[in-house]
Design a protein around this ligand. Sequence first.
Ligand code: ADP
Ligand code: ZN
Ligand code: ZN
Length: 719
Amino acid sequence: MPSILQVALDTPLHRLFDYRLPDGLGRVPPGSLVEVPFGRTHRVGVALTLQTDSPIGADKLRDVVRVLDDRPALSPDILRLAQFCADYYHYPLGAILLATLPPRLRNATPFVADTPWLVLTDAGRATEPPARAKAQRALLDALRAAPQSRDALRAQKQSRHATALIETGWAMWARLPPEAGDAPNTAAAPPATTEQQAALDTLLPTLGQFGVHLIHGVTGSGKTELYLRLIDAVLATGRQALVLVPEIALTPQLEQHFRRRFPRRRFATLHSGLGEKDRAENWLAASDCDVLLGTRLSVFAPLPRLGLIVVDEEHDGSFKQQDGLRYSARDVAIARAKQSGVPVVLGSATPSLESYAQALAGRYQLTELKQRAISAARLPDIELIDLKHIPLDNGLTRPALQALSETLARGEQSLVFLNRRGYAPALYCPSCAWVSPCPRCSARLVLHRTSHRLKCHHCGFETRIPPECPSCGNPDLKPLGQGTQRLEETLTAFLPAARIRRIDRDTMRPRAWAELGEAVHGGAVDILVGTQMLAKGHDFPNMTLALILDTDGALYSPDFRATERLFAQLMQVAGRAGRADKPGRVLIQTAFPDHPLFRYLQRHDYAGYARELLAERKQLDLPPFTRQVLLRAEATTMDAALAFLQRAAQFAPDDASVSVFGATSAPMARVANLERAQLLIQSASRLALQKFVRDWRPQFDSIKPRVARWSLDVDPLVF
Ligand code: ADP
Ligand code: ZN
Ligand code: ZN
């Protein structure tokens, strides 16, 4: 009887592939990575079940080439999680399984991981070597005290003895040093605040089982400290913790903080900023680590002893992937926690309305931290500068400049927030009204003065700044509006004595954060100018003024999530001001000072605003009161994209509980020369919607002509 192996491959097809398993390859447990022929090439796939028969007929099947035993098989819990994603996001299982792997392990080239640590095996720990073998004995004793690095052993000319110990089975090379030494696992923590203690009293007894806990805590209330204590409790039981953070830039800081608190624990980090080799090594190391810290992709990492998942800044949009498998790492984290029977802790100063509504409905357990942990730290005063009455000069008002110069005079630091990088959002011709269009997108080219270029922030198109108007020849082109570069220039002109630093995606690489932190802490910076990047997770005690410019666009945006997002952003920026013993002040320039958002913001009243927004969403039948799926189509003409969606709508299953809206062009109708259209489907029932799409999707492939590319976005965040 032939053995037939079902293999999942990274293809757009929603199916598995059968291969014959030659006798010599031995046992192939599900999750093993195998190399198989596919078309004229070979591919890496994931072995699933073994069968005795195939509808194709065993004699027509091709053979599995080999089992890749240089890397571990995907574990049953990852296979289960991938199946959940395949069902929920309507995405091919094989593509998901391969996407859980770091890129380097998706190809068949053998991978040799670095194993820089010599550690004792169980046998080594138990043994008493003969007294004669002095050198070996000394090394064994050294290993009992602490693992030894390969480099150190080489430097001490101990490599030969290391090899001897390995050959006897007393030691082995490992990727991570195991816990060792006499130092305690945990360094001193500050005594918990009353609120933190109350939170711990409710949370600690629940750690043994699945549950979703939402921690809503104002900035500086000590959420991180709370995570650390929960993690500590979980590690003490021999389990692992997974901590998801929104930004690569935040991992080094947080890692440092964690390492200091847990000096003997093993850490691993995972994010897309790592090189391919490091990413593969760290992924392999995740299995044996105590704490894995990483961005959204780490939600799929192998963690055989998983005991707790923490999602920090759970409201952050970067947890949602915007292409390929459009998953939300927060939601997948919840699914994983549920499958594994472990708790998941979501934390934020401004939870997503999705999570908050779940908490209000009692499905998530809500924990609130209302006070800042350092008792002297008050929440800042928030004042509005009314642009209807106070004129702007180069984007700034007189009161704003006044506040900046006073802060400077006191030797304190300020932060100026403008969520638009570049010099100006566009270049403008006053004589014919040409406004630097991107030739490939329905967007404007952004003026970048320092690099003398016009750049599209959507498709990456770049060109030189034209010497004259391309449309009418006028040589006198003007920057239109303000970007962070221009703001920096304006501030330098107004406050020549100030030391100004700009932070945005044009100036920051992940490594630059540590340096910036030092510069700000050391007092080498007076004014930080930047985009939302600077709003995240920094704790600068001498920062007492936050100035917020030009956020009015979001107040009346067609995107129904714009105010939720703006509120979160402003709370976060405001949270940067006055974190230690000095009172903070926040100034907001706006032409709409009567907008309700500001009223709640001034009271630091997230809960109030959330309730108001939720009431509005409920009335308008918007998420979280309804579930949405977006069918997106791209084609070279808008007609083709729309025609595809209209055809698709005709195939829609008959279900009264699901509404199918009309096909429309996307708000950003053209990107990189492709026209984009979309079709919204929604239902109050997640299950009904899921079944609807499951029955519907297979029809898409029969739609002719095939000129449009489609994708499904479940729980879309961006339209
Ligand atoms: P959040 O993550 O909620 O913004 P953090 O955990 O970063 O807050 O804490 C804010 C500040 O308060 C940090 O400087 C932190 O060291 C301090 N802190 C947190 N908990 C305590 C505590 N129990 N006692 C003293 N200081 C604390
Ligand atoms: Zn012109
Ligand atoms: Zn473009």
